[in-house]
Design a protein around this ligand. Structure first.
Ligand SMILES: NC(=O)c1ccc[n+]([C@@H]2O[C@H](COP(=O)([O-])OP(=O)(O)OC[C@H]3O[C@@H](n4cnc5c(N)ncnc54)[C@H](O)[C@@H]3O)[C@@H](O)[C@H]2O)c1
Ligand SMILES: [Zn+2]
Ligand SMILES: [Zn+2]
Length: 394
């Protein structure tokens, strides 16, 4: 089959690789019809190379049609339409029972002390072949794939793999009171969708912050305040306070993560780790503070006293300095983590089958053949050609 493979820093290629096969009795093989490109893939493309091997298949936002089922699978049959969550969770352990699917105790990667395995996401998360490919082997066939109805185009359902549950969890964790206010840092797919979900769930004031004009414009078109970081710079907190009764928003979502703009020194340190041999770089990433923390610092600064900072952006360093004095003094709540995809599906599905209140139908800016994925990675990273959300057709 054809699949997008990682080869090195900013080097991904579409190669012919062996087709996946059923290994365990409850595996299914899914023929992928649509698969997304995520901001998390950009971290693999740029800074997390120490945890990848050349040839690793990337991608964790796939959907498609069941091609083959293992002998123990009873819930699915060939021909069924499914979305595949990005976390690999068993559905039956203690953590899955708590709705903490990203901490699944059956698939945790104990060798690295990390949570549930993820599709297409480094040795830290199990080095499982990903879904930017023609076919994908999916374990736990009876509980992991999400069945979706036939009829609407893939655009309607594909974001159940990641964007929708991630944004939903970010908003749920932000715990905005009814009629309250929220600021969202970063208006990539996750931040953009977080604004939409926050408004849908009753936030009165929604403020999106980014520095890419067309991303700001998308937020404005949906009726949100959109502030350009470049325009406000150091006055950002004044601008946000003036929209929130002088106090700051009830909650701030960090939908940026470890490659934030505006962290020059940390950016140089990150660049250095990508030049080290993998073993050294991996050890350094796991012991040192290597994140660009600009967005997280801004979130802590902007949020009102007693408010909540909800972090969906991915961070990777072990010793990042945080302003604990301010965090303690402001009495902040901090929530974070990989999305527990299956936890939120029942809340989200009705919004996809009864109309399109979140605007998923035209959420993607690009749909491209998988063969063009290498160019698409570069375009998405550089934010060229208005790229906000890219979907591939394998
Ligand atoms: N927690 C999860 O389960 C989960 C799931 C998916 C994605 N993510 C993470 O969420 C983050 C966003 O993902 P995405 O797909 O939207 O990616 P993206 O790269 O398209 O979006 C990031 C946005 O942040 C903006 N930005 C950069 N620096 C900023 C700053 N200092 N202040 C405000 N905005 C800034 C960028 O211009 C960009 O628009 C990434 O870190 C990704 O890894 C987490
Ligand atoms: Zn993702
Ligand atoms: Zn589990």
């Amino acid at each position: 089959m054809r699949a997008l493979t990682w080869q090195g820093k900013r080097d991904v290629r579409v190669d012919t690789v062996p087709d996946p096969v059923i290994r365990d009795d409850d595996d299914v093989i899914v023929r992928i019809t649509t698969t997304g490109l995520c901001g998390s893939d950009l971290h693999l493309y740029e800074v997390l190379g120490a945890f990848l091997a050349p040839g690793d298949i990337l991608g964790h936002e796939p959907m498609g049609v069941v091609e083959e089922v293992g002998p123990a699978v009873t819930a699915l049959r060939p021909g069924d339409r499914v979305v595949v969550p990005f976390n690999i969770s068993c559905g039956s352990c203690f953590m899955c029972g708590q709705g903490l699917h990203s901490q699944c105790e059956t698939t945790q990667v104990r060798e690295h002390g990390t949570g549930a395995s993820l599709f297409g996401y480094t040795k830290l998360y199990g080095q499982v072949p990903g879904g930017q490919a023609e076919y994908l082997r999916v374990p736990f066939g009876d509980s992991l794939p999400i069945p979706v109805p036939d009829g609407p185009p893939d655009e309607r359902f594909v974001y159940l793999s990641d964007v929708l549950p991630t944004a939903w969890q970010a908003v749920a964790y932000a715990a905005v009171p009814p009629g309250g206010s929220i600021a969202v840092l970063g208006l990539g797919p996750i931040g953009d969708m977080s604004c939409r979900i926050a408004a849908h769930r009753g936030a009165e004031t929604v403020i999106g912050i980014d520095l890419v004009p067309e991303r700001l414009e998308r937020a404005r078109r949906r009726g949100f305040h959109a502030l350009d970081l470049k325009e406000y710079g150091g006055d950002l907190s004044d601008a946000v306070r003036s929209l929130t009764g002088g106090r700051g928003p009830d909650a701030v979502i960090d939908a940026v993560g470890m490659e934030a703009h505006g962290s020059r020194v940390a950016a140089a340190a990150q660049g250095l780790t990508t030049l080290l041999p993998d073993a050294l770089a991996a050890a350094m990433m796991k012991r040192a503070g290597v994140d660009r923390l600009a967005a997280l610092h801004t979130a802590i600064d902007l949020v009102r006293r007693g408010g909540t900072v909800s972090v969906s952006g991915v961070y990777g360093g072990a010793a990042d300095p945080l302003p604990l004095l301010t965090m303690f003094d402001k009495q902040l709540t901090l929530r974070m983590g990989q999305a527990n995809v299956l936890r939120w599906v029942d809340d989200i599905l009705p919004l996809l089958t009864e109309g399109d209140p979140l605007g998923v139908d035209d959420f993607a800016t690009h749909r491209l053949p998988l063969e063009q994925a290498p160019d698409a990675y570069a375009m998405f990273q550089k934010k060229r050609d208005g790229a906000v959300k890219v979907l591939f057709s394998p």
